[in-house]
Write a protein that binds this ligand. Structure first.
Ligand code: AVJ
Ligand code: FE
Length: 443
């Protein structure tokens, strides 16, 4: 790591307070732009009603910051099981006796007020493992931001006119058309994961060496235009491109294009936050499953990058041999470097954010779209569940595929070069896209 001075207690406290405040500002936008009745509606069986996410955010904050860190008694012990994600499947949550929207707002505000007192009084330097460096506060800010992305997915699934708006993302860089299609990442070891990033979650730890043979990776995420060639080449009608379970899904659900796409008089249009528009050719393809991403890659004579390849492309600095926090270096993301934080409600065109490129020139690894990798979600060597098994450990084992890099919908606090997301290979409501790779020795 660079020799930045370790932050002192006041700075850690300020960072934690800022992260909590930013998360709440976004939560407020996402839960205030529809009327309270609609907060109870279920827009898809894959998602909770927004009012569940809202109170769940407050409940997790109460459990970890008021009870575990602050040593306080439960405010409302009777609601814990309602907001335990492992107790009730998402599809069943609308039928629960949930807090009403005003009750949920009151609850999260009450929790937050008390949390700010706990933050004032908790020493963050030299504290126990939960509070050290503000970890528990950072974890809860990340949790809220993760649910803010989840709630944005619910908004995307919601029918009816648009209620959310945002500025357009920047265009592709002037050099975009001249970029090489792929970049060679030399073979050799690199450091994967982290033992030093203070708010990194358990599954990103510890830092460990990985040997990654030379490979080529796409300079840019796969665009709608490229994906459309697969669609129009009959990709969804040819079994040979598909994983058997993916092919079964294509047949069962009669899939022919990414989620939210529809063919209207020979033109593909897609619905995006209540607006129907032609899928912009230059934008990264969005709302594809792992099965679709892998099928496209097979059709293109390529494959998905492994998780280790993705992280090496994003973090390895060939000149120093060091793994950095982000593709551009160790500095925190800014609006000039990556499309994050729901500033824009869509990915930027492929080739945008030239300043965010990796040393080898790979672009848009952070932000825009979550990128499916070939890899199953598994623990790193030396993994220790912290602070609770249900954050990561119960998802290990091979049912879930890893996504990397974050989308336009995720806040910087929950996105970094080491951050690992995961989902089932059939899921397509998430803000997922991909890029492809190939072995360096494959002609
Ligand atoms: C890391 C995005 C898969 O939303 O299921 C939220 C994050 N964990 N509450 C999810 C999470 C507990 C998690 N993902
Ligand atoms: Fe949660």
């Amino acid at each position: 790591m660079t020799a930045a001075p370790a932050p002192d207690g006041a700075e850690l406290r300020e960072r934690a307070a800022g992260a909590l405040l930013a998360a709440r500002a976004r939560t407020r936008v996402l839960t205030a732009c529809v009327d309270d009745g609609e907060l109870h509606a279920q827009h898809s069986p894959l998602m909770s009603p927004l009012v569940w996410d809202l109170a769940h955010i407050g409940n997790q904050e109460e459990v970890w910051l008021l009870r575990a860190v602050g040593g306080q008694q439960p405010l409302r012990p009777e609601i814990d099981t309602l907001y335990d994600a492992f107790r009730h499947a998402r599809a069943d949550r609308p039928a629960l006796p949930l807090l009403t929207a005003p009750e949920a707002r009151g609850y999260v505000a009450d929790v937050r007020e008390r949390v700010m007192d706990v933050l004032e009084r908790t020493p963050l330097e030299g504290a126990g493992p939960l509070a050290r460096s503000g970890f528990a506060f950072g974890m809860i800010a990340q949790h809220e931001q993760q649910h803010d992305e989840t709630m944005l997915i619910t908004h995307q699934l919601r029918r009816g006119p648009a209620v959310l708006t945002a500025a357009e993302p920047p265009p592709a860089g002037p050099d975009a058309a001249a970029l090489p299609a792929e970049v060679l990442v030399p073979g050799g070891p690199f450091t994967m994961g982290t033992s030093t990033e203070p708010w990194a979650l358990d599954n990103e730890r510890p830092a460990h060496p990985r040997l990654v043979p030379a490979f080529f990776i796409d300079t840019l995420p796969v665009s709608n235009a490229a994906y459309l060639r697969f669609v129009e080449d009959g990709g969804y009608r040819e079994r040979r491109w598909w994983h058997p379970a993916g092919w079964e899904q294509v047949r069962r659900e009669e899939l022919a294009a990414p989620l939210f796409w529809r063919c209207e008089g020979g033109t593909w249009v897609r619905r995006r936050f209540g607006v129907t528009e032609e899928a912009p050719p230059g934008e990264p393809v969005l709302h594809v499953s792992w099965f679709e991403a892998a099928a496209y890659a097979a059709w293109a004579g390529r494959r998905l990058p492994t998780e280790a390849e993705w992280e090496k492309a994003a973090r390895h600095d060939p000149s120093s041999g060091r793994s950095r926090r982000y593709p551009w270096g160790d500095a925190d993301p800014t609006p000039q470097l990556a499309n994050l934080g729901q500033r824009h409600l869509r990915p930027a065109p492929v080739g945008a954010y030239p300043r965010g490129a990796s040393p080898l020139g790979v672009r848009q690894l952070i932000g825009d779209v979550w990128e499916w990798t070939a890899s199953d979600f598994l623990p790193y060597p030396g993994f220790r569940a912290f602070p609770y098994r249900e954050y990561s450990e119960v998802f290990f084992g091979g049912r879930y595929k890893v996504l990397r890099g974050g989308s336009f919908a995720v806040d910087p606090v929950a996105c970094r070069g080491t951050f690992r997301n995961w989902d089932l290979p059939e899921r397509r409501q998430i803000f997922s896209g991909f890029r492809t790779a190939r072995d360096a020795d494959s002609a």
